[in-house]
Write a protein of this length. Structure first.
Length: 601
């Protein structure tokens, strides 16, 4: 047996042994509801249960956020693990021995490099830390931190460090130190800690800067953010992206503050590292700071795992406002509450908390406005509510709306803003007031949404019926169903339904296990959240009766199609003067009418 197939076998054994209800039940209070279990979804904030676990199929799904999968995907999603880690965890729980997986050469090299990058960052952090706290070179930085109100406890808690002035310590202070410990210069370069000099050799990236080590969610240092000591540009500088660091994914403070954020279910987002530090010094430690970027989609996604509410704490300047505007679609996507608390003019969180204390920040945060309201309020303040002003506001809101990837979100935003401004929703779609920015390339918009959502009345009824009773798909197909369905999206659905129809004992969520497009999935979920359809006869009707009605419809459609095609052929034969063919077609037409009992000539 090769190692690979041994691994596959172990996976199957674990899947066999693991009980999804038991595994999920450890984290979600599950209640038995019929043949399924339901509870509050652990992946999105909710008050009424829409999370369902299916013990027969050994899968889960959430009607609210669409999360779904098997026992492995649950463990991966819930504990933020990759597949091998999830497998390992489940194997340990069910006492199943796993074979060691053989990594490819490339995988091994990558893994080694990651470990080396972590190690070199840890060594650099120690060097910077020690320089700040223990050396003559750090005296100036210690004084700077003291003046900014950062106590020694905070310095050691956040492991602040100092990269000394090259005039005193040389341009390769860190490089010398780390190479002396046996780290290769090449590794330092890959870590972004040093740069190559023009005439060979290496020099330090960070010089004359107070350094904030950035930790990933396992507490390992992956990068540094540096604030220049005194004047000089740039004021803030971060490590470049690397194998272990992505600035659009990581947030300063999330690791050390994760428990405070989890407990309060709320996080404050500030712009600067010092803002974060000073708030923490004043006892507010549910704070994070993005590293010199606006809040990204990934940031919002990772915050969602820890809290229900994100409060952006901003200086009253335009840069903060623009950044807040850009993050609105991400909040919508995650169904996470985004709020804005604005600081009085001339203040940043650092200066405000030092001057006014913790309670002032608390009351500011308690009075935070929903992000969309805040943005709209600002635009109204800027442009006014004259006809012209409204036009400008709509123009400024358009890119924001276009940035939302889902059509429902765009519609939601349009109707919300339109109502607030007292303008028609079509105003947001017209190009009259200016060019409408084109949607991003990932936009799944009309091409995938429209087909399913714009089904005709009868096709919609058909879809609804088969969604709940897929076992009737086969018989309808035999009557020529596929021929009468026009929508390509519905045709695709019918194939999926037919495939499942025979196998499933009528569990509507079967379709969610199929490979659906995100928009199709959303449509199916939306439909599943409503009650099963009823036939024209009212509440006493059975699926069989609905099936009979649909069968009649399919047959009528087929006949109509046949009649139309016959008529077409007849016309062609007449135009061609082919009398023999005309007579033959007329005879077929007459026969068809007789069969249907149609008395007209
Ligand atoms: Zn959910």
């Amino acid at each position: 047996m090769t190692l690979f197939s041994a691994q596959e076998a172990a996976k199957a054994t674990v899947k066999e042994a693991a009980d999804i209800v038991e595994v999920i039940g450890e984290h979600v209070a599950l209640k038995k509801t019929g043949t399924r279990y339901t509870g509050l979804c652990p992946f999105h904030g909710e008050k009424t249960p829409s999370f369902s676990v299916n013990p027969q199929g050994q899968f889960y799904y959430c009607f609210g956020c669409g999360a779904s999968g098997d026992v492995f995907s649950f463990v991966m999603q819930f504990h933020h693990l990759d597949f091998p880690e999830a497998l390992k965890q489940l194997a340990a729980k069910y006492r199943i021995e796993l074979p060691e997986r053989q990594l490819s050469e490339a995988e091994q090299a990558r893994l080694r490099l990651r470990e080396q990058l972590y190690a070199v960052h840890e060594a650099a952090a120690q060097c910077y830390e020690q320089t700040l706290v223990d050396t003559r070179l750090g005296a100036q930085a210690r004084e700077y931190l003291r003046q900014r109100g950062v106590p020694d406890e905070a310095i050691s808690h956040y492991r602040l460090g100092f990269a000394p002035d090259p005039a005193a310590a040389g341009w390769d202070y860190l490089a010398r130190n780390l190479c002396g410990q046996g780290f290769a210069a090449e590794l330092l370069l890959q870590a972004g800690l040093v740069l190559s000099g023009k005439r060979g050799g290496h020099y330090d990236r960070f010089r004359s800067r107070v350094l904030f080590p950035l930790e990933d969610m396992s507490g390992r240092i992956t990068a540094f953010g540096g604030r220049i000591l005194g004047e000089g540009q740039p004021k803030y500088m971060n490590s470049p992206e690397s194998l272990i660091f992505s600035k659009s994914r990581q947030l300063f403070g999330l690791y050390p503050h994760r428990e405070a954020i989890r407990t309060t279910r709320r996080v404050l987002v500030v712009e600067g590292n010092f803002d974060l530090l000073l708030l923490a010094v004043h006892g507010i430690d549910n704070v994070v700071a993005p590293l010199g970027t606006a809040l990204s989609r990934e940031h919002v996604h990772s915050l969602k795992k820890y809290c229900d509410e994100v409060v952006l704490l901003f200086d009253a300047d335009a840069a903060g406002l623009k950044a807040a505007m850009r993050s609105i679609p991400f909040f919508l996507e995650e169904a996470l509450d985004g709020l804005v608390a604005l600081l009085p003019k001339g203040h940043d969180p650092d200066s405000f908390v030092r001057e006014q204390g913790r309670t002032a920040i608390d009351s500011l945060v308690d009075g935070a406005l929903p992000l969309a309201e805040f943005v709209l309020g600002n635009l109204i303040g800027e442009h006014g509510l004259t006809l012209d002003g409204k036009g400008r506001i709509v123009e400024e809101l358009k890119p924001l709306i276009q940035a939302a990837t889902k059509r429902e979100q765009r519609e939601l935003m349009v109707s919300h803003f339109a109502a607030k401004l007292g303008v028609s929703a079509s105003y947001f779609n017209s190009g009259k007031t200016g060019p409408v920015p084109s949607a991003p390339p990932t936009d799944p918009g009309p091409t995938t949404v429209a087909p399913l959502q714009t089904l005709g009345r009868q096709e919609k009824q058909l879809f609804d019926f088969l969604l709940f009773w897929p076992e009737y798909c086969g018989p309808l197909q035999e009557a020529g169903l596929i021929e009468v369905v026009r929508s390509p999206a519905l045709r695709r659905m019918l194939e999926l339904m037919e495939a499942h129809g025979a196998a499933t004992a009528s569990q509507p969520e079967y379709l969610l296990a199929a490979p659906l497009e995100p928009e199709e999935r959303a449509y199916v979920i939306a439909r599943l959240m409503q009650p099963a359809p009823l036939a024209a006869g009212g509440p006493d009707t059975t699926p069989q009766l609905m099936f009979d009605q649909l069968l009649v419809w399919v047959r009528q459609q087929r006949q109509r199609q046949n009649a139309a095609s016959l008529q077409q052929q007849l016309q062609e034969a007449e135009q061609a003067g082919d009398n023999k063919r005309v007579w033959e077609l007329l005879r077929i037409k007459q026969q068809g009418k007789k069969q249907r009992g149609d008395p007209s000539p």
